[in-house]
Design a protein around this ligand. Sequence first.
Ligand code: ADP
Ligand code: MG
Length: 721
Amino acid sequence: PVDRLPEIQEARLKLPVLAEEQVIMEAVRENPCVVLCGQTGSGKTTQMPQFLYEAGYASGGGIIGITEPRRVAAVSMSHRVAMEMNLPPQVVSYQIRYEGNVTSDTKIKFMTDGVLLKEIQKDFLLQHYSVVIIDEAHERSVYTDILIGLLSRIVPLRNKKGLPMKLIIMSATLRVEDFTENTKLFPSPPPVIKVDARQFPVSVHFNKRTPLDDYTGEIFHKTCKIHRMLPPGGILVFLTGQAEVHTGDEDRLAEMGDYEYNGSDLELDDDGEDNDEKADPSIPLYVLPLYSLLAPEQQAMVFRPPPPGTRLCVVATNVAETSLTIPGVKYVVDCGRVKKRHYDRVTGVSSFLVSWTSQASANQRAGRAGRTEPGHCYRLYSSAVFGDFSEFSEAEITRRPVEDLLLQMKDLNIDKVVNFPFPTAPSAEALMAAEQLLVSLGALKEPPRTARVQDMKRAKICCPITPLGRAMASFPVAPRYAKMLALGKQQDCLPYVIAVVAAMTVREIFEDLERPAASEEESSKLAENKARLMQMRRVWAGQGPSLQLGDLMVLMGAVGACEYAGCTPNFCEQNGLRYKAMLEIRRLRGQLTNAVNAVCSEVGVFVDSKMAPPTENQTPLLDDTVFIHPSSALFKKPPEFVVYQEVMETTKMYMRVVSAVESEWIPQLLPQYCHFGPPLETPTPWLCPSTGTIKCLSTSTFYRVAWQLPAVERAYPEGID
Ligand code: ADP
Ligand code: MG
């Protein structure tokens, strides 16, 4: 029996899911899998684990597991449920990637979806759990989707073994067809239970104009105006990321007393309906930030009532859209944008980009204003722009390159990925292409020599993962780059590889030299500048037409030089580099360094702005000969040194895109343009750590680059694993 405080019991009774407890629990008893849909705030996340606990699901040896796509929700919900149930954190616990408070007494365990995925790797049957709840399934995070696919197989297996297990899928929207009408996933469709939540009307106000750049500034003005003109009630502001939440606007907002705003161009039509209560701009605004990486104590502050005589204003990222319900919100200010992981189709490396959100999620945001009384939502974009939003956010799995996903799944020992019951499947062609790529990278075992191409295509051959593949799976970058990192460790040149992977993910690092000039004066200045910068690039690229070094070398030189100079705006301007791009490269370099350290802490890599050039030991020449193709311009008269972009195997190992480099040019290149250290005395073959495929080599022996060589993979086990 659970011993709750009277005020908690009272608050629970107001939650819509409480009214449905019996219906829900009966469905759970009678079905292996149940889908529960209910508006944000209806009590799904906080109450469902309690229903299950009280029905005895945690008393037969197994525990109740609940997954969240966001860390902030896992932590904060475990605290809340522990508090509601009057149980200690040793019993209601959480586990996120790098921290947790799970004990052997844990009965309810909140975790991120990634954590449960890793647990499946260790025990496919998840024998520790009697129930698994997949929360926020509407978000369609790729791990959530894969978990649902895996659990659709695990649950029947457990039942067959006489170790019954339940699966509960929870969604804040009614759009659950991908789970219920997918017979590959669930041959007999799971029952869907809908919980009707009380929702008060929310008046939606669109902007006439849509600010494109300074929307944080406009958010600030709008919020101030709401505070000055509209009756009491909390304000919830949606921005896209932690950085925006902290642009300083929160401090500016908190200093409302000094604020004067001449906002004639802002529409704030309070339709006269709230005039029984008056705004009081003299009271302070109590401003709190809310985002995923915020410390838990600070997160918890948004749930407490604001100090008496203040108005609550929470400046939040998307976490407040469906994962966390903040009490007392009457006004929502929505920037209409969302920061999403975006995958570069060329490099496959992921980054976060801000884009318009979907209509469904804009409506979720608006709904946050009508939880306790009628509210208002101010959208900082026009209704026409809203009309152009996509209806729903698409499943992450369809936006993501599959070679990455495939590698993750192979790491889970799912060999036949084409047969996997995805809620929304990537195309079979995409999966097969990914399989072939991973084989050629050495992440998957080669199919037997007797295997026919048609069989590969028909997915009859499925290649298991190699130890190299396992190491690659642990890096947060696309497989090609993960391989560079894995082998970079072996070859003892990780910092270079990290720098290069970072550099290659940022495009347009050079200023546009063709930019039209505003005046004649500027035009002549531009022309002069252009000549100088072109000269610079020619130097970077090589001397004369026959000495064309790849653009990647130019890029590396620029990055090395810029970092050496301290990455100042001044240096960038003088050298025609985009300052923002260089900052981005610097940031990514730091991020990747942390990721590598997290995977293999013993390497202890760090970002060194004065990185010395690689030594000869770091650029070993391996005896695997490659050839200049007869079609190459250099075939007839092989130069002493060449660079090449990649090797293609036809009748022989042929280099593609071969360029000549003069030996005396190589030592110049390093100190002057890469600033990797003092000038070199003698020409050294230099491993340009680009795609791992460019290198200056002597023609007497054309060698393949270290990290392409199968022999290196075979030597792998003493590597990262
Ligand atoms: P759902 O999962 O359906 O969106 P929740 O279970 O998260 O709903 O929330 C139910 C109620 O519990 C909401 O009214 C919310 O404000 C409240 N609540 C959740 N967490 C806390 C907390 N840490 N402190 C106070 N109230 C909370
Ligand atoms: Mg919830």
